[in-house]
Design a protein around this ligand. Structure first.
Ligand SMILES: Cc1ncc(COP(=O)(O)O)c(C=O)c1O
Length: 424
């Protein structure tokens, strides 16, 4: 018999009543599904705030929230209120952070192909740091400074040539990568020389990001050891280790906490003789386990001798991670959260793709029926932010639950939204 959902996959302020019904931060999730409809993202606000505070306590001022994990106005404000800087990687993320009221000097501008317009936007906003990724970008910044913009403070993104233990598409620090200046072959050294010589920018230090969903802290230690000689030679006192800390998504998976990660990173830096200010920019570890997605079960289709397909009212448009990376999730029924899940099914979405899978091999209670609200936990990162309108499906709303109240922070898209940009 398959076990119930491990409670460790639920957010900090989740609770289950005697009848097995789930509440998040004092809000009954079935009532939330009723009120806001499904699919629905439910975030435990205190959980997100606690992770932001943990990151600030662990790394100190300058630690940034990687907004690509999940961004909306409320999230940008929350991370800023909790003392985090914000990492933005496109003009769009920059715009959302600025329009949420986050001051430019609390922003870190990323991107492997920042356009001239995006760089100009960043300079105009007075971003705290630009993380420079290519020689072309150095040239673009020089042109902008020649045009009269003040020279920005920059970090150089160096690719340490380390393969993090994670999915191939989530690795960013191996030699064969589009990101940063590689250590091997002397590209990083040349970039440091180039930036040190130009009056168009001030070098604050180096940056590395080895990948995402990394569980093994020694992958970070390897990168730190590889980069140490260069970090110590650079005339700047900051060293950012990027983001990438993994989180547990399924039974039996557990990851280091942000505090443990920071201790391991600091330890590795000390061992390598790095005396710089250590910075980081976690995304997933801040928001992933804060949220769950609620769906409604629409069809249950048993195929004799093969498997049973359970179709829900969302899919790859609200969570493309299973399609992109083969990521695993758990599923459960919030009406019977602690129930044994003895029936094996495949949970799929409503899109016109056979690959539109939410949970490849799910275990659910045997009394699952059409109309049930079904939940997948740990969907707070790279779900909403990677969502799409494929099949003209409207993107789900987001609520922040706190102290018994649910606040709608992103409304559901409407059919009218779908034609808003069309010109006839
Ligand atoms: C440069 C950079 N920093 C930070 C992050 C955040 O990573 P994670 O959400 O895994 O912490 C990413 C994500 O890929 C990234 O590319």
């Amino acid at each position: 018999m398959a076990a119930p959902l491990p409670q460790s996959l639920l957010s900090d302020n989740a609770s289950i009543n005697a009848a097995g019904r789930l509440s998040v931060a004092g809000c009954d999730v079935l009532e939330l599904a009723e009120e806001f409809g499904t699919p629905l993202f439910v975030y435990d606000e205190h959980h997100v705030r606690a992770r932001c505070r943990e990151a600030v306590a662990a790394f100190g001022d300058g630690v940034a929230y990687a907004t690509k994990a999940f961004l909306c106005t409320a999230m940008a404000r929350l991370a800023h209120e909790e003392g985090m800087h914000l990492d933005v990687a496109t003009g769009g993320e920059l715009h959302v952070a600025l329009s949420a009221g986050v001051p430019g000097d609390r922003l870190v501008m990323h991107g492997n192909n920042k356009s001239q317009a995006e760089l100009e936007m960043a300079l105009q906003a007075g971003v705290g740091r630009i993380v420079v990724d290519s020689f072309d970008e150095i040239h673009r910044i020089e042109l902008l400074v020649a045009d009269g913009w003040a020279p920005p403070t920059v970090l150089l993104r160096v690719n340490p040539g380390v393969e993090a233990h994670t999915h191939e598409y989530l690795q960013t620090g191996a030699l064969d990568s589009k990101f940063g200046f590689s250590l091997a072959g002397g590209m990083a050294e040349q970039a440091i020389e180039r930036v040190s010589e130009t009056p168009a920018m001030n070098l604050a230090g180096l940056h590395a990001h080895i990948g995402s969903q990394v569980f093994a802290v020694d992958s970070f230690a390897k990168a730190i050891a590889a980069l140490a000689p260069l970090v110590k030679r650079v005339d700047g006192d900051e060293f950012s280790i990027g983001g990438g800390l993994g989180v547990g998504y399924v039974s039996g998976e557990s990851a280091p906490s942000i505090t443990e990660w920071a201790e391991a990173v600091r330890g590795a830096c000390a061992e390598a003789g790095i005396q710089s200010r250590i910075l980081a920019e976690p995304g997933r570890a801040i928001v992933a386990s804060a949220a769950l997605t609620l769906y409604s079960v629409g069809t249950i289709k048993p195929i004799e001798g093969v498997r049973t397909y359970v179709s829900v009212d969302g899919g790859m448009s609200d969570n493309p991670r299973p399609v992109l990376y083969g990521s695993g999730y758990e599923a459960f029924l919030p009406r019977a959260t602690s129930a044994d899940r003895e029936m094996g099914v495949r949970i799929v979405g409503k899109h016109c793709e056979s690959g539109d899978v939410i949970v490849q091999e799910a275990a659910v209670p045997a009394d699952l029926r059409v109309g049930d609200v079904l939940a997948t936990p740990v969907t707070g990162a790279y779900g909403h932010s990677m969502g799409s309108n494929y099949n003209m499906v409207t993107r789900p709303p987001v609520v922040f639950a706190k102290d018994g109240t649910a606040r709608l922070v992103v409304r559901r898209e409407t059919f009218d939204d779908l034609t808003r940009r069309d010109l006839v």
